[in-house]
Design a protein around this ligand. Structure first.
Ligand SMILES: *[C@@H]1O[C@H](CO)[C@@H](O)[C@H](O)[C@H]1NC(C)=O
Length: 198
């Protein structure tokens, strides 16, 4: 768990530096442009826009709603891949080490989904202002960050086991991208909530 924490902090700093805070921009002309503009500040602008534009009229230029939608999309994608991983774990003819990595991955995915649910739940219950709001947003960021860390542990386990070129690796990568996009939006929301109090 301690090493997971370390990986988490490392990964988080990666996203925070890779997704600089957007410069003050003129108000987007349409709901779709709002999503497009925010997607530009993620690591996967094209994937981001293609997967989220259909929610433009739900999001309505509200960053907090965009965060919820993006965590929801990430969770949904994960729940589509999980049964595939579970089935593969039951049936695949693999070397014992690769099979062990796959079994770990099934567990990591399940843990990541729980973290995403926690993150989403906190997001739906942003009741506070000031310091309290900041605390709640930090929870959202922490849990979605943990989810991403568990997903990373899954693919780390695959590497060197001959799984990294496979179909399964690609599917897991798509879930990781969706989660990374959600993290970038949460980080933007945290930025907007103001600096951490001493
Ligand atoms: C993966 O499959 C093995 C062998 O059937 C099983 O023992 C193990 O519990 C499975 N792992 C998970 C996380 O379900």
């Amino acid at each position: 768990m301690r090493s997971l924490r370390l990986i988490f902090v490392t990964i988080l700093s990666l996203f925070l530096t890779a997704a600089p805070a957007p410069a003050p921009a003129p108000a987007p002309a349409s709901n779709a442009e709002f999503i497009h503009a925010n997607c530009e500040h993620t690591l996967y602008p094209e994937v981001c826009y293609q997967s989220l534009k259909r929610y433009a009229n739900v999001v309505k230029k509200d960053l907090s709603r965009l965060v919820q939608v993006s965590i929801g999309v990430s969770l949904t994608r994960s729940k589509l891949v999980s049964p595939y991983l579970e089935n593969l774990n039951r049936t695949a003819q693999l070397e014992p080490r690769a099979l062990a990595a796959l079994s770990d991955c099934v567990s990591y995915f399940s843990q990541a989904e729980q973290n995403m649910r926690d993150s989403l739940k906190q997001m739906q219950q942003l009741t506070g202002t000031g310091e309290e709001l900041r605390y709640q947003l930090d929870n959202v960021l922490t849990w979605i960050g943990y989810a991403r860390t568990y997903q990373e542990s899954c693919t780390d386990g695959f590497e060197g086991e001959g799984v990294s070129n496979s179909d399964v690796f690609g599917r897991v990568e798509q879930v990781k991208e969706a989660t990374s996009i959600a993290i970038a939006f949460v980080a933007t929301l945290v930025d907007k909530a103001g600096p951490v109090l001493p």
